[in-house]
Design a protein around this ligand. Structure first.
Ligand code: HEC
Length: 173
């Protein structure tokens, strides 16, 4: 079944009942906040992007064995290139690399929620650009998680360990 793994992961990470809200960012540049239609477009883009990124993660996790952990680590690091701020993996359990920490207020607040399994979205300005933000909590649900993250080994499979953070620019602004 093509989408079985994805459906399983989406179920496991708890992507249910997602809501979006308009942030309270100040309109410092004098242009208007995005319209409801623009926000809806960005939300739908984020739905597609979530499915694509989760499918890539499910594929990589499915291929991970004790003998290819190093290669898998490198592959995931390249997919989540540190220069890409539009899709990031963020966590709280050490050891963490520099790029694994939340990088702004949305990610800090969203990570707080994610550690109890709660997703979060926001519409806010990032460096002047209106942006749809989304956090998808991740749990330690697959046995392969601890092959690459040995610090997850002592945790239960239902433990929340971090989040996938996505950013979608809205309009041209
Ligand atoms: C093939 C190895 C591999 C597997 C399997 C894997 N990860 Fe990761 N994970 C990585 C790498 C590499 C990074 C760092 C990515 C980067 O460069 O930002 C990472 C980052 C993370 C982060 C953010 C940093 C941290 O350590 O908290 C979380 C949370 C996370 N992974 C959760 C999971 C979960 C949950 C699973 C199982 C469902 C999983 N990972 C499976 C390799 C793996």
């Amino acid at each position: 079944m093509k989408h079985k793994g994805l459906a399983t992961l989406l179920g496991a990470v708890g992507v249910v009942g997602l809501t979006w809200g308009v942030g309270t960012a100040v309109d410092a540049h004098g242009s208007h906040p995005p319209s409801a239609a623009e926000i809806q477009f960005a939300k739908e883009t984020s739905d597609l992007m979530t499915n694509t990124v989760v499918a890539a993660l499910v594929q990589e996790i499915g291929e991970t064995t004790p003998s290819n952990v190093a290669q898998g680590n490198q592959s995931i690091s390249l997919i989540f290139n540190d220069r890409n701020h539009d899709m990031r993996l963020v966590g709280r359990l050490s050891p963490l690399r520099h790029n694994d920490y939340p990088e702004d207020r949305f990610e800090r607040d969203a990570l707080d929620d994610a550690m109890s399994g709660t997703p979060r979205t926001s519409v806010e300005r990032v460096n002047g650009q209106w942006t749809y933000r989304r956090s998808i909590p991740l749990s330690n649900f697959a046995p392969q998680c601890k092959m690459c993250h040995s610090n997850f080994a002592a945790l239960s499979s239902s433990a929340w360990v971090g989040a996938l953070m996505l950013r979608i620019p809205i309009g041209d602004d």
